[in-house]
Design a protein around this ligand. Structure first.
Ligand code: ADP
Length: 271
């Protein structure tokens, strides 16, 4: 069923305990991440777990200020504000739990099997043996004395977007509609996403690494890839896995294992 997004539709579908219980919907906004970041400055009592979601972003962003584009009324575009007191090494966990929550929400609401492409993409297998991007995660953090104190976790999912509206991206894009031929219910999908995020966040807050669950969905495992952005030259090797903190383990041709931090790097299958 195609039901429009609204605060009432989310509230009716949502079974979380606290995350997303306060939520603001915008028919159009610059970016839900930016709105929550502004609110956090304006309102020191901004509730933990506050959500912003929208039908259209005029300034949606990926990492490195790349554009995140989605046609109006067809995507799930949401951000969650969280207060925390986490040591630095857990920073990647937020991107990881958001990816896991997105994957589980999509699997709950569609017949798709979802993979995660390190460090922040939500993908599905493609007929050409590659992967297509269904969505992405953008986490923006505030630090105080070496601790993560506030984060905004942004998720964009291509839901009812016709396949042909996407430009050619380095990782080709797809949507739930394009993959299944069926329009998905966006309020339900958003509700599942927030519920799963709450569960994974509570486990991570208790110190449980999301790494095993994430690694089970890791795409390109055992395959030859190229990582750009980590240094002057691309780093080439075979994906050997991940460490508990979400760094990628890459084995080069000489058998040396490299630990690659997510930072601002991009990963592609070797041409
Ligand atoms: P990366 O693919 O390197 O992880 P980001 O996570 O920063 O990149 O996401 C931004 C990139 O994603 C853009 O530069 C563009 O190539 C692509 N992109 C933008 N909008 C979408 C979308 N709706 N679906 C899939 N990919 C998109």
């Amino acid at each position: 069923m195609v039901e429009p997004l609204s605060e009432a539709a989310l509230a009716a579908a949502l079974r979380s305990r606290w995350l997303g219980r306060e939520a603001c919907f915008f028919p159009e906004i610059d970016s839900t991440n930016d709105w929550l970041k502004r609110q956090a400055v304006l309102d020191p009592a901004l509730p933990d777990g506050m959500v912003a979601f929208t039908d259209f972003q005029t300034g949606g962003r990926g990492r490195l200020d790349r554009r995140w584009e989605a046609p109006a009324g067809a995507a799930v575009l949401c951000s969650v504000f969280l207060r925390l007191h986490w040591p630095e090494e857990r920073a990647n966990w937020l991107t990881m739990i958001a990816g896991l929550a997105a994957a589980e929400a999509i699997e709950a609401e569609s017949p798709l099997r979802v993979g995660l492409k390190w460090p922040n993409d939500v993908v599905v297998p493609a007929a050409d043996n590659g992967w297509r991007k269904l969505g992405g995660v953008l986490v923006e953090s505030t630090w105080k004395s070496g601790r993560l104190t506030q984060v905004v976790v942004g998720v964009g999912l291509n839901v009812n977007v016709p396949a042909d509206v996407f430009p050619r991206y380095p990782t080709p894009a797809t949507s739930l509609l394009a993959e299944t031929g069926q329009a998905a219910n966006r309020p339900q999908l958003l509700a599942r996403l927030l519920e799963r995020l709450e569960t994974h966040y509570e486990a991570a807050r208790d110190g449980v690494s999301p790494q095993p669950a994430w690694a089970a969905r890791l795409v390109f495992l055992g395959e030859a890839v190229e990582i750009t952005g980590a240094g002057a030259a691309p780093l080439r090797g075979m994906v050997a896995g991940m460490d508990p903190w979400g760094n990628l383990l890459l084995e080069d041709a000489a058998g040396t294992l490299h630990t690659v931090a997510a930072g601002d790097v991009s990963l592609r299958r070797q041409p």
